[in-house]
Design a protein around this ligand. Sequence first.
Ligand SMILES: Cc1cc2nc3c(=O)[nH]c(=O)nc-3n(C[C@H](O)[C@H](O)[C@H](O)COP(=O)(O)O)c2cc1C
Length: 192
Amino acid sequence: MHTLIILGSPRKNGNSETLARSVASGIEQHPEATVEFIRLNDLQLSACQGCGGCNKSSTCVITDDMTPLYEKVDSCDHLLLVSPIYFYGLSAQCKTFVDRFQARWARKYLSGIRFRQDEERQGTLLATAATEGKKIFDGALLTAHTLFDALDLKNGEPLLVRGVDYFGAMQKQTLILEQAMALGRRIAGGRS
Ligand SMILES: Cc1cc2nc3c(=O)[nH]c(=O)nc-3n(C[C@H](O)[C@H](O)[C@H](O)COP(=O)(O)O)c2cc1C
C-alpha cells in the first residue's frame, strides 16, 4: 500500500506538514506500507490554462514539474492532500495542483475512461486553520472531494484542525497528533 502525501504549504515543517508527518508515522507502522512526500512549493507548476488540450487526449499539454506527478497519483493507493486554509480555501500551491487534474476529469467524464476503481483507493484531506470558524473547511473539502471524484478515489475521513496559526503551534497539539497517527494506522489497515 503506497501513500502519496502532497504538502501544500509554503511553510516547511509548518502546522499542516506536522499533522501529515504524524499520519505518515502511523501509516509506516504497517510493515507493507510505503509513504512518499511531495512538497509542491519546491516545484515549478504552471496554473491550468483552460486551453481544452486535454479534452480529447485526456493528457495535459503543459510539460513541467506536474508531468511526473500524474503517474505518481495514478499509481498510489492513497492520496493525502495536505493544506493550510488560505481565505477559506486550499493554498494556491494545492489549488494549482488540483486544477491540473482537469486532464483526469476529462479522461473520466469526456473520454469515459475509468482508470482504476479499486475499492480500497482513497483520497484524504488534511488541513489546518488559524480560526475556529464553522465553515472554515467547507471550501477545501468541496475542492478535495471534486478532485477525488475525478481520480476515482473514495473519500477518506478528513482530518481538519482549527485554531493553529503560528509556526510550531501544531507541535503542541499532542492529542491531535496522536489522533493523526491513529488515522495513519487506519489508512494502512484499510479501515479509514
Ligand atoms: C495567506 C493566508 C491566508 C490565510 N487564511 C486563513 C483563513 O481564511 N482562515 C483561517 O482560519 N486561517 C487562515 N490562515 C492561517 C493558516 O491557515 C494557519 O496558520 C495554518 O495553520 C498554517 O498552516 P502551515 O503552517 O502548514 O502553513 C491564513 C494564512 C495565510 C498565510
